[in-house]
Design a protein around this ligand. Sequence first.
Ligand code: F6P
Length: 548
Amino acid sequence: MNLTKTAEWQALLGHRSRLQDRHLRDLFAEDAQRFHHFSHELDGLLVDYSKQRVDRAALNDLVALARSAEVEQWRDRMFAGEKINFSENRAVLHTALRHTDYTPFPSAEDNVMPQVHAVRKQMRDIVERVRSGLWRGFKGDAIQNIVNIGIGGSDLGPKLATRALSAQQHPGLHFYYVSNLDSAHLAPLIERLDPRTTLFIVASKTFTTQETSINAHTARNWLLAAATEEWAIAKHFIAVTSNPSKAMEFGIPEQNILQIWDWVGGRYSLWSAVGLSVALAIGMRGFERLLEGAETMDKHFRSAPLEKNLPVLLALMSIWNTNFLGAETTAVLPYNESLRHLPGFLQQLEMESNGKTVSRDGEPLACRANPIVWGEIGVNGQHAFFQLLHQGGWLIPCDFVVAASSDYPLPGHQAPLLANCLAQSSALAFGKTEQQACIELAAQGLKESDIAKLLPHKVFAGNQPSNTILMSSLDPFQLGMLLALYEHKVFVQGVVWGINSFDQWGVELGKQLANSLLPALQGNPEVDAQLDVSTQGLIAYFRRYGNN
Ligand code: F6P
């Protein structure tokens, strides 16, 4: 089915003609209840999308588009455990990991819950032993440092959550995340860590990812240089993987291997044992609250009518901005310092899931899919790139994300933080007209000729759409809701665009080429003459200056 030929799409083109030159100032002027009409709260998580350039009629047709794309049916197929990731022949069941009651899931026949609970029990045992100091290193010391070695989904989710919830962290444990192949990531860390008190978690679904494998082997060598005996590995290494035999080959004993399954996608794996470092940081009860928050969003996603369904609404706003208003990028602007890894996490979630041009049926998509996602801590962005958001002339929808109460309260900080966040979304939406700027300049006592010179620089076009996502506080439950909200948003977008959001074939080519180039960089004199001349030239340069 060509999405752009559907009656719903055509109706939306009509709304575009009607709305594309309308200003948010007018939309707000027309409806004094606009906030009330275009915001929803779920268990303390408030999503305000009133600053999007839609009205009720356009929103109704966006919902109709979602309905005609069969979002509800696809959602039910996902929750029923169907193999909707057909290109990898896999079910998509990360929601099972936050199915907190003891009923079978996804069904009595295909119940995955016994496996989930078995691994959760293993996690609980490890978490309790490490946090209480019962887990001892090779010299009998309690663990003080946890190093998660992983990349992509085996790094971004746990890193985000550990940082986000650091205010609740165990005071005697320190957490580090190593992902980069560049030894500058691991080297300075192991230089200052004590192998006797360091526990490595090697998180890799496949256990074949080059970056993780090289870092894990270096860590292993570092440990063995101090411990000298191989049995020490059991005291300092845990693996989280769906490939236990590879982890055992590495030397990690079976009891230290926590299983994940092919039905958990890497970028959806925070809720599995990939979240072990988070559970170590905030305790098992805290981790369960994270799961409960996500489950609350799952239940909402499954049951709320599309018109009031938060992930659906966020997805539709993004589709409207991308496919009808022409936005090419979108900015994620967390205002809490503790959410500093949210943009990176969402980049993988959104762009690895929906950064595609081919439909589920192998046909070219009829329209553009995921916009480019980028972002930064909001207040820092204000003093860097916000100039472009305000006056650069690009349409850049923004997500402002902030918690109402501080996780690290100091007097005098939180209200100004919120004031900045709200001021920016308001300034971006409403801008400043020529007339307003003129009055302001005149009030400063400027001469008419000076006002005329300055005026063009003082006008803000506004009409920049945004969502504001407000959490009551940055706690595990709210964080769980927030991340599940984005996961389901990405799913809905994928369904509407007709994409399989759960594979990532686009990352393979680079991996293959890296493997084939390696021998030349490691000194094999034969450089493949078929290689493009640019790569040959770069290899020659590396051979002059590089080290292995
Ligand atoms: O290369 C992309 C990717 O496969 C991601 O999807 C995944 O999260 C990451 O690599 C890490 O993979 P693994 O957990 O198997 O090491």
